[in-house]
Design a protein around this ligand. Structure first.
Ligand SMILES: Cc1cc2nc3c(=O)[nH]c(=O)nc-3n(C[C@H](O)[C@H](O)[C@H](O)COP(=O)(O)OP(=O)(O)OC[C@H]3O[C@@H](n4cnc5c(N)ncnc54)[C@H](O)[C@@H]3O)c2cc1C
Length: 488
């Protein structure tokens, strides 16, 4: 397939896939503005200031177009800051030899390292406290400090000339004849509209694309199951030597039985369970050392069947997540050497959502393509992250983990171009992929790279006057290379 004809190919939707479209069940996608004022005129509107949205905004602004970035919270970084998710998964090839996710992701890492707020991934190896002692797929992670990340992102976004609006939420898309023309926003001073030539949905859940009428699948396309959610927490005052000694004395006991991973501290969980003091679905504790040796990120609460498109469901999950964090703290104090005096530094201000909507685009990335190391001709990034699917098996604690044998795989531009709606791109977790494939590319380094690609594509569409579906890949390819994106 040549590069000019790939847009004629539309990723065939797998038989039996349940495709949803909000526009099909209501008339939400053609909105009457009423008396909502047009307050913001821009070239590119980026909705969502998480890892993907930040990179999209910076990349577009560096190409000289006007960019408005809106974020419902009060800081940039999404799951990396508000969600306390850490560390960044790998940005290296599968052999652990070459850094393959560079570009704006690489700059963010370098600037955090310079401020003492991250450890460079080339110095972080699998099977250590930095990787929760996990070996497979966990080489060259990036431990970072979420407070330093907030200021680095503020600086980089401001330096690039992006206009940011915090405390501003997407309400409705403005769609005319199948084309995005902007969005209605909820600001602190009420409703306002933004007119934009291209809109990028970086909301994580695909709120914008779904509301505009792009088809989507929620959860797994075959089973409808959604991966469990997790409320992260960070703890400090941990005795590094003591916890390492306990885990390292039991490393030979790491195992997987019926899909359930028995990894760090499962022997302590067993003691707590025997005493009736463990009521969390996970059977071990995913605990990652941070930049400082006494500060650790804990990825261990587990809440099933959370629908991130419903406020009721998110609210219940956050309340249950905080309950589980308290249970974890009691567990640390009573059962874990090195954590007897640990202090809860913070629990995340928002529940961590692994999966919700997968927007259906010109190509639906499949896990098989990733596992085969397929590099489509319109690739906008290369990555090697493993397919990591939680809770899909017989118990909520089960995980399916598949590593790739090739050095890397490619993510095609077509997975950022939603079906049916023009002048819209998606980036980050909601990109067009099957549930399993999303289990690999949802992690932060590739999410940032999809954002950078979407931002570059949006800026080129503005300057060339073409719709994203018609963008010439050769043009995009050159612009990606010029922004230090590694494409092999
Ligand atoms: C439990 C868990 C563990 C994980 N572990 C890791 C890990 O160890 N390493 C790793 O690299 N990745 C990990 N990930 C994956 C990663 O954190 C996310 O998939 C990634 O952050 C996705 O980036 P994003 O920009 O698409 O979305 P998000 O990070 O979710 O950012 C979306 C942003 O959009 C904003 N937003 C949403 N809706 C609106 C709206 N309507 N209006 C305005 N703003 C809006 C949100 O406030 C948020 O800031 C994990 C995720 C979870 C949930």
């Amino acid at each position: 397939m040549d590069r000019r004809s790939f847009f004629k190919y539309t990723g065939a939707l797998a038989a039996g896939v349940s495709i949803n479209s909000l526009a099909a069940c209501s008339s939400v996608n053609e909105v009457s503005l009423g008396d909502v004022p047009f307050s913001y005129e821009t070239d590119v509107l980026v909705i969502g200031g998480g890892p993907a949205g930040v990179c999209a905004a910076i990349a577009a602004a560096r190409l000289g177009v006007r960019v408005l970035l809106i974020e419902s919270g009060g800081c940039l970084g999404g799951m990396a800051t508000q969600g306390l998710v850490a560390p960044f998964m790998t940005c290296f090839d599968s052999a652990g030899e070459t850094q393959i996710i560079r570009g704006i992701f690489g700059e963010i890492v370098d600037r955090m390292v310079a401020l003492g707020g991250a450890i460079h991934p080339r110095d972080v190896r699998a099977g250590t406290a930095f990787s929760a002692w996990i070996t497979t797929g966990h080489d060259h992670l990036t431990p970072f400090d979420s407070e330093i990340m907030k200021v680095v992102l503020d600086r980089m976004v401001c330096e690039s000339g992006v206009k940011i609006l915090f405390h501003t939420s997407f309400v409705k898309p403005l769609v005319k004849k199948g084309r995005m023309e902007g969005a209605v926003l909820l600001t602190k001073s009420g409703l306002a509209a933004s007119r934009a030539k291209i809109v990028i949905d970086a909301s994580g859940n695909g709120d914008v694309a779904a509301a505009a009428g792009a088809p989507f699948v929620k959860g797994n396309e075959n089973t409808g199951k959604i991966q469990p959610a997790t409320l992260f927490c960070h703890i400090c005052n941990v005795n590094y030597k003591e916890i390492c000694a306990d885990v390292e004395a039991h490393l030979h006991e790491f195992r997987k039985v019926d899909g359930v991973s028995y990894r760090a501290l499962h022997w302590r969980v067993a003691e707590a369970e025997a005493a009736g003091e463990w009521d969390i679905a996970r059977k071990s504790v995913n605990i990652y050392r941070g930049v400082r040796e006494d500060e650790w990120a804990v990825n261990s609460t587990r809440i099933s069947d959370v629908d991130a498109t419903l406020s009721e469901s998110l609210t219940a999950a956050e309340i249950e997540g905080r309950r589980q964090v308290q249970e974890l703290m009691n567990f640390f104090h009573k059962y874990v050497p090195g954590c007897r005096n640990a202090v809860l530094k913070s629990s995340a201000s928002t529940i961590g959502i692994r999966e919700s909507r997968h927007i259906q685009g010109e190509h639906i990335l499949s896990a098989q393509e990733l596992l085969d190391g397929y590099v489509p001709e319109d690739s906008v990034l290369l990555a090697s992250n493993s397919v990591d699917v939680h809770g899909g098996g017989s118990s909520a604690s089960s995980t399916r983990y598949m590593t790739i044998s090739a050095p890397w795989y490619g993510v095609p531009y077509r997975s950022l171009v939603p079906l049916e709606i023009d002048n819209l791109l998606v980036a980050g977790r909601c990109l067009s992929a099957t549930s399993d494939a999303a289990g690999a590319v949802r992690v932060m380094p590739p999410a940032m790279a999809t954002g950078q690609a979407a931002g570059i594509a949006a800026a080129l569409c503005v300057t060339r006057g073409v719709a994203p579906r018609r963008l010439d890949y050769e043009d995009l390819h050159q612009a990606l290379l010029a922004q230090d994106v590694f494409l092999g």
